[in-house]
Design a protein around this ligand. Sequence first.
Ligand SMILES: [Zn+2]
Length: 298
Amino acid sequence: MKRWVVGCMVTCMALAVLCMPGAAFAGPDGQQARATVSLDFQWLRQGRAGFVHVYGQDISEVTAVFQERVFNFYPEAQAYVGLISADMESDVGTHTMQVWVRYTDGTAERFDQPVDVTYGEFGQSNVTLPASMSALLEPEINQDEIDRLANITTRFTPERYWVGGFIPISLDPLIGWFGTSRLYNGTYWYRHTGIDIAMPVGTPIIATAGGRVMLSETLAIRGGYILIDHGWGIYSGYAHLSERFVVPGQWVRQGDVIGLSGMNGRSTGAHIHWEIAVGGTWVDPEDFLTLGLNEPGA
Ligand SMILES: [Zn+2]
């Protein structure tokens, strides 16, 4: 039912554009396309993100629909640039991304761009929680937190708040990998949404890039938690913190100390859980750092 409704929504969006006056379509039967869609990658692994550039004259707006999620594109010096993401649980194979390009004269083109999604090569692990934490395996508690964060990370901020790329908090020693299927106490499966780096409680935690604080509070699973909006649909999250030094609405710069690491929430040892969301889904933070975020418009 849900899939049918979403499919219908996408179809309705397509019909809405079809009915726009002057709409023109690129493709084998269409007129000469006025724009060019270019992928920065050959394929996307599950749980990874990649840049897409759209080149052309007199473009006023670009959006894309990929895996039933809508992505906004942003004007840079040379092109409109979008950052798309493959959900870690998306099907392996070729997906069609619909790119809608609107022009200043009111016309529009639609490009059906194939995007190959490959295996994320995620691992599995078993986690044993003490009885005192067993309440944190309740599906409702987990779903509440998933919904709460998704309600924020699915929003697109058109401004780019970061300058000069993203930096890692630390990548050593890495003790938990992105996307791992974790079986808690032999009963509850959960996909790991970020990476874990071991560090003593009280280690200063920095903002990976500039942005605006969206959340700074204690959550059931993530414990002391900070979520930062970096613009362009990118968010970074920092979990199990023992101290938080920022409040929602506050602006932070790259490298600012925003809190101290801890081991609260659903944590069995002292570490930082660091996670990155792009376009409403979690992506591999280590891979994200390699995307060429210094010059997204180049
Ligand atoms: Zn973690």
